[in-house]
Write a new protein. Structure first.
Length: 192
């Protein structure tokens, strides 16, 4: 009887854990789709049709309508690897900032760690990031709402990601030009 209780308890715990992971995965699904689509568009140098992934400089961007609400997503690839900086603005003006690797980061990530950002206009800033399956890191959007307007004006930013043993890995992202790609995110989620 006690053994059956343990089995049921573990199953309930796994279901709760799976639903939490599913929620994070659904947030990341759009980002993963954009990264794959953007990689295809940039690699093949093909113009995107209306309503699909478009390109401005190093940025790939798209909008998606759902129930008369529009969500915006934009991403730019790192100079060093198949890693992407992705920005999203949901219909309810929720900002999402994540780093995603097309396959997986070539080093083990901690479940939660401090990601460092720096640019010519922003000194090094540490922001909490939560990883998902060693290929995506969601950065805390609350401080990013204040930092992102300044970062959008820079030519490039460097994001440092720690691996489990503490060693840091730098990824450089080109930020310019971004007037069209980041325009809806800027006006809707960042209010500038």
């Amino acid at each position: 009887m006690y053994g059956l209780w343990i089995v049921r308890r573990r199953a309930a715990s796994q279901r709760a854990s799976k639903s939490e992971k599913a929620s994070v995965r659904s947030q990341g699904a759009a980002a993963l789709f954009l990264a794959a689509a953007a990689a295809f568009v940039i690699a093949s140098d093909v113009s995107a049709e209306e309503g699909q992934v478009k390109v401005e400089g190093s940025w790939a961007y798209t909008e998606r309508s759902s129930d008369s609400a529009v969500e915006y997503t934009a991403g730019t690839r790192a100079a060093e690897d198949a890693a992407w900086l992705l920005l999203g603005c949901s219909a309810d003006k929720g900002l999402t900032v994540s780093l995603i690797h097309a396959e997986q980061f070539p080093f083990p990530l901690r479940p939660s760690s401090s990601v460092k950002l720096r640019s010519s206009n922003v000194p090094t800033v540490s922001i909490e990031g939560k990883s998902l399956q060693n290929n995506q890191i969601f950065v805390d959007p609350r401080p990013m709402r204040h930092i992102m307007p300044v970062l959008m004006q820079d030519n490039q930013i460097v994001v440092s990601i720690p691996e489990r043993d503490g060693a840091m890995h730098d990824y450089t992202f080109s930020m310019q030009p971004n007037d069209i790609a980041l325009g809806p995110i800027r006006s809707r989620c960042l209010n500038f």
